[in-house]
Design a binder for this molecule. Structure first.
Ligand code: E4P
Length: 213
């Protein structure tokens, strides 16, 4: 399973790239709004630095508006992936963008049927939101398992990005199910790195080494 970083923060992307473990970045309007600054320049920088897919969301609600925004964003860099919330309008846009060779990420996916529609429209990626489903008492990881089984049944090549991840355990669960990608906040990445036994082990090795004869 590949890991994407779910952030618009430059320092976080730089730190994760330095670690050598991320293959892409996903942003959303809330994440971009938190950062300020010139987000177009930052997105271009991420494209170069990460060398993989960088998802950027369109804000228009109608198909024509989505297409206009998407074409402008896609022209910035070959690694740009256009993120569109799943609606009747965006499915039409996804189909047209595929015809134009522009990659798409169907986001705000909360049901297997939405994922099927996104795949049929030709989305490169679909992003089911695990954490937000759990927030309303539903089974987020259960949805990932459903979509994975359906895509396997029909050899659908739309990649599943497990989104709205809130804990390291969800990353393990996503990988066990066989999701293609988990997009994770920087905090979750940090939590995945550390383990108390690793810290204790390092401390023990250091103290033993200091006492060597
Ligand atoms: C995914 O692409 C979204 O940006 C993200 O995972 C949303 O996560 P949240 O529900 O924690 O805001």
């Amino acid at each position: 399973m590949k890991l994407f970083l779910d952030t618009a923060n430059q320092a976080e992307v730089e730190a994760a790239v330095k670690m050598g473990v991320i293959s892409g970045v996903t942003t959303n309007p809330s994440l971009v709004a938190k950062e300020g600054g010139d987000y177009i320049e930052r997105v271009k920088y991420f494209c170069e630095l990460v060398g993989g897919p960088i998802s950027v969301e369109v804000m228009a609600a109608d198909t024509e508006g989505m297409l206009a925004e998407a074409r402008e964003l896609a022209a910035l860099h070959e690694n740009i992936v256009i993120k569109l919330p799943i609606t009747a309008e965006s499915l039409a846009a996804i189909k047209q963008l595929k015809a134009e060779g522009i990659k798409t990420n169907a986001t705000l996916c909360f049901s297997a049927n939405q994922a099927i529609l996104a795949a049929r429209a030709g989305a490169s990626y679909v992003s089911p939101f695990v954490g937000r489903l759990n927030d309303v008492g539903m089974d987020g990881m259960g949805l990932i398992a459903e979509i994975k089984a359906i895509f396997d049944n029909y050899d659908i090549d739309t990649e599943i990005i497990v989104a709205s991840v809130r804990s390291p355990r969800q990353v393990t669960d996503a990988a066990m199910i066989g999701a293609d990608i988990a997009t994770i906040p920087f905090k979750t990445l940090e939590q995945m790195v550390s383990h108390p036994q690793t810290d204790l082990g390092i401390a023990k090795f250091e103290s033993d080494w200091a006492k060597r004869k």
